[in-house]
Design a protein around this ligand. Structure first.
Ligand SMILES: [Zn+2]
Length: 83
């Protein structure tokens, strides 16, 4: 039983285990080893919290605009003087 210390497939020519994880050729017979593709990057975390915060801020902004507009309209109806 051949050992695979790096969890990589052994040499396809002689079956010797790889001497290094990034070895390009077999240390036993010199045959070129298939280049392993790098592991896929981890999936990006969804910025759910960020979007929730942005939603809350947008909601507060809309509320502030509504309050300002309604107050301005009420002040204008009462006399047209803002201050
Ligand atoms: Zn080999």
């Amino acid at each position: 039983m051949t050992q695979q210390p790096y969890g990589l497939p052994p040499c396809p020519a002689c079956g010797a285990p790889r001497a290094a994880a990034n070895g390009r050729s077999c240390v036993h017979c010199g045959a070129p080893l298939p280049v392993l593709e790098p592991p896929p990057p981890p999936p990006r975390k969804k910025h759910t919290t960020l979007w929730i915060i942005l939603g809350i801020l947008f909601f507060l902004l809309v509320c502030a605009i509504i309050v300002v507009v309604t107050n301005a309209l009420a002040i204008i109806e009462n006399g047209g003087v803002l201050f």
